[in-house]
Every structure is written in C-alpha cells, then in structure tokens.
Design a protein around this ligand. Structure first.
Ligand code: PAF
Length: 328
C-alpha cells in the first residue's frame, strides 16, 4: 500500500527558473533525512535534486539518502558541522538544545491549522528562526513539514489523558515532549527514531507519536494496533546546509539553493497534506483502530497541558507565543 500511496502523490513539478552561472567548479551535495523513501519528505528531496541539477547545468550533483542511512537527525546535523555531509532536513525538535527558541514548535496545540503554520514559518517569525539556526556551522535555508503528530500504541484505544496512565511512549530527544507526556500521566522515553521500530516490536515502549505518513511509511501499524488523532504538536522540518560547504559556493549557487529549498518546501507540504486523509484511511483498511477525538476530548487534553506552557513560557518567550496565537 505504500507503493499505492506513492502513485497517488501530486506529480513532481517541472523545474522552472534559468540555468545559473557558477564558478566553473563541480560540487556534490549529499542530502540525508531520517524518514523513509516512501514518505512526503523524500519526494520533496527528489524535486530539490531535479531543480538543483537542472539549474546548475549539472555542475551540482545531489545524492539522496533516506531512513537515517547516514545517521539520525542529530548525527546528520553534527556531520554538517564537521563538513562530512552537505545537507539534511531534521524536525526542529531534536535541535532545541542548540536553539532554545525552537521550543516554540514543541508547545502542544499552538498551531490550530496548517495555514497558521505556513503564515508563521513563511513570515517574519520563520525568517528570524532561520537566522537563529544559521550559526554553529549551519546555514538554514527553508522550511517544510513533518506535520501534525498522532499517538499510536499497542495496548488500548486512547481518548483521554486517563487512558495514558503509565503508558511507555517514545518521544523525540526533546525536553518539552518529555514534559508533555509526563504531564499527561504517561511514562515517556526519549529515543532516536532509528531504534524505534525494534523498540515497538519488542515492547520496550508501548507507543510513539508521528504524523500519519511517517506512521505508515515506517510500518508502525504492523506493531501498533491503536492510534488516536490527537494533532497535539505540529512539527516543521528545517532545511540545513553545512556552513563549510556553503562558504565554498559562489553566491549565485547559494541563491539558487535558497530558491530550490523554498520550492521543495512548498511542494513537500502539498504532498504531505494531500496524503494525510488517504493514508489515515489506508491504515484503517489495514486494521489499525483509529480514535478520532471530539472537540470536548481535545479540550480535555489542552486543559491538562496548561502547565507545560507555564514551564516553558520564559525559555520560548511569551511574546513569541502570543504573536503566534494572534496569527490564528
Ligand atoms: O519522530 C522523529 O524522530 C521525527 O519525527 C522523524 C520521523 C525522525 C523526522 O524528523
């Protein structure tokens, strides 16, 4: 069914934009991601490859690596810093120790719709976050989406925080996510995504949370009977380039990569959103029991999570939170 999902993705657009004059040198970009080859993110990378190779007239070759083949999100970021990898696009969450303001993307239920997320990421706030992330050996050139996270587990249907009592939930390596699941009464464990399938299969953890497309493309439904449509956190992907590599490029190529990252981000979000409902239905057809929450049930989760805002408001910045709320 992943092959079927891939067949129904919006087609990769034609490359637009002129060929860009470089400096006569040839370059190779190894671009590595944590999600699998059948997800929306990889599809976005294929478009990026088309754009960059066409607009550099073949002077920049792009090589794609999926499924954390070259390391998980944090390892890939370190590889950018040391210059052994040119590009990656992690979720923002594992980067929060490096960039404390990124915690804003981990606050529960802050982005009510994808349109609000777009307005924030493609506007002033997103630009200033790209500026913040352009340090520590990294250059941040654009946004895409991982998307709204949904809870899955192997034990029972979940429609209220009471159902989470003691449930062992894998989280990303991020303190706000830990706080969320502890506050809800679960027993969270931070773990690299690369270890997750085995941990679920062996019962080291009972559950995890990720967008539908990641749940399906990672085959978590084979080891998780239950899911709840919680939409509790919207996670962006941030497109990063190694600063060491960046500084070797002529300005004309740097500008072209920024444009390509923007086009990739727009297309990847379109793919991610168009697949969401389709994939949810496929998961149901494949036997997963999916619980959709009523607005009242969502409110119960939101109210239970109020202390998380108290705990992180100072680190994230109250003004930033308020300005995002004002967007919706
Ligand atoms: O769950 C995670 O660790 C992330 O959502 C993933 C799938 C690696 C994408 O960055």
């Amino acid at each position: 069914s992943t092959a079927q999902a891939a067949a129904e993705m919006p087609p990769i657009p034609e490359v637009t934009g002129d060929v860009v004059e470089g400096d006569g040198n040839d370059y190779t970009i190894k671009f590595s991601i944590g999600t699998t080859q059948s997800g929306a993110q990889y599809r976005g990378l294929e478009y990026f490859e088309d754009i960059v190779e066409a607009r550099s007239d073949g002077h920049i070759q792009v090589e794609l690596f999926h499924s954390a083949q070259l390391g998980d999100d944090l390892q890939a970021v370190s590889a950018l810093q040391s210059g052994t990898l040119e590009m990656t696009a992690p979720s923002t969450s594992p980067l929060v120790n490096m960039f404390p303001q990124f915690a804003v993307f981990d606050l529960p239920f802050l982005f009510p719709t994808p349109e609000v997320a777009d307005e924030v990421l493609d506007g002033e706030i997103g630009d200033s976050m790209l500026g913040i992330a352009s340090s520590n050996g990294l250059v941040a050139i654009g946004w895409a989406e991982n998307g709204y996270r949904q809870l899955t587990n192997s034990q029972a249907a979940v429609d209220s925080p009471d159902d989470l009592d003691g449930l062992k939930v894998r989280t990303m390596q991020n303190p706000i996510h830990l706080d969320i699941w502890r506050t809800l009464g679960a027993n969270p464990t931070p773990m690299s995504f690369a270890e997750l399938f085995t941990a679920l299969e062996q019962g080291v953890v009972d559950g995890q949370e990720n967008p539908w497309i990641t749940i399906q493309s990672s085959r978590f439904n084979e080891v998780q009977g239950y899911a709840s449509e919680t939409n509790h956190v919207y996670t962006p992907f941030i497109t990063l380039v190694s600063e060491r590599f960046w500084n070797k490029l002529p300005e004309s190529y740097q500008q072209m990569l920024v444009e390509a990252a923007q086009q990739m981000g727009d297309y990847e979000r379109e793919v991610s959103r168009s697949l969401n409902d389709q994939i949810k239905q496929e998961l149901i057809d494949e036997g997963m029991q999916i619980t959709e929450l009523t607005p009242e049930q969502v409110t119960t989760f939101q109210e239970s999570l109020a202390p998380v805002y108290d705990n992180w408001r100072d680190q994230v910045g109250g003004e930033l939170i308020d300005s995002i709320r004002a967007t919706s």
